[in-house]
Design a protein around this ligand. Structure first.
Ligand code: PEP
Length: 266
């Protein structure tokens, strides 16, 4: 049964994943423009997180602090350990120190290109929460899995393995992004109804693995080629609490229109 976002306390959350784009100078320009386009009302209605590359985080933290912006700073990844011999990796301790509040964990590009498995992703979820930040756990199926009818099996296993050692209170504050891999960066969307069906199943899985209150409270995003023209129909779905946006978040005008979906939707 679909839950009702309006009756819960699930503030919509729109997240911009810049991937490996925007050096720290470009990042400053992008955020200044975004901050100019977004109004108080937008931030009252929607939580907005930006996830620049690691090398931009310090500049972003300074800008957000100095201009008292209501954008929340996010990272795209971290290592599960606090410190050690992990050349090239970034500790969650360092991210917390930089004022990072959200960390994307288990993005399909990391699972597919860097061999991250469910067990490693689960360790990252725990590490992010250990340091007071919120994980945005990404789950989703390949096109072959979808065509074989394996979508729900795949995402349920991903959800279960990331959450089974978490407490109900820990899971309540988390975010899960359902990102069908075939829709990321391809211009293809899952239909809002298909996304709702999978996301409702994810919520049921959270209820079964963790607790019903956790399932009611956790925020669930859709991600995959979201644009200003498509978000309104996505956000009308009762279980979808937000979106994780890649390509379209690089253009501040487009991303601001996505955040402002209410103005052109309802
Ligand atoms: C993503 O990177 O998580 C993503 C959803 O990308 P895009 O919006 O470009 O499909």
């Amino acid at each position: 049964m679909p839950s009702d976002r309006t009756s819960g306390d699930r503030t919509p959350i729109v997240s911009g994943n810049w991937k490996m784009n925007n050096n720290h100078f470009e990042a400053i320009q992008c955020v200044q423009k975004l901050a100019y386009l977004l109004q108080k009302d937008d931030f009252d209605a929607v939580e907005v997180t930006i996830h620049p590359p690691f090398t931009d985080l310090r500049s972003m933290q300074t800008l957000i602090d100095a201009d008292q912006l209501r954008l929340k700073l996010g990272a795209q990844n971290c290592h599960p350990d606090d410190k050690g011999a992990f050349t090239g990796e970034i500790s969650p301790v360092f991210l917390a120190k930089l004022g990072v509040q959200y960390v994307i964990v288990g993005h399909s590009e990391r699972r597919e290109s860097f061999g991250e498995n469910d067990e490693f992703v689960a360790r990252k979820v725990a590490a992010v929460q250990k340091h007071g930040m919120t994980p945005i756990l990404c789950v989703g199926e390949t096109l072959a899995e979808r065509e074989s009818g394996l979508t729900l099996d795949k995402v349920k296993v991903q959800v279960r393995s990331a959450l089974e050692k978490r407490t109900s209170e820990q899971v309540k504050s988390m975010v899960i992004a359902y990102e069908p891999i075939w829709a990321i960066g391809t211009g293809r969307n899952a239909s809002p109804e298909d996304a709702q069906e999978v996301i409702a199943a994810i919520r049921e899985e959270v209820a079964s693995v963790v607790s019903r209150p956790a399932a009611q409270a956790i925020r669930l995003q859709y991600g995959g080629s979201v644009k200003a023209g498509t978000i309104a129909d996505i956000m009308r779905q009762p279980d979808i609490d937000g979106v994780l946006v890649g390509g379209a978040s690089l253009d501040p005008t487009e991303f601001a229109r996505i955040v402002q979906y209410r103005r052109h939707a309802f």
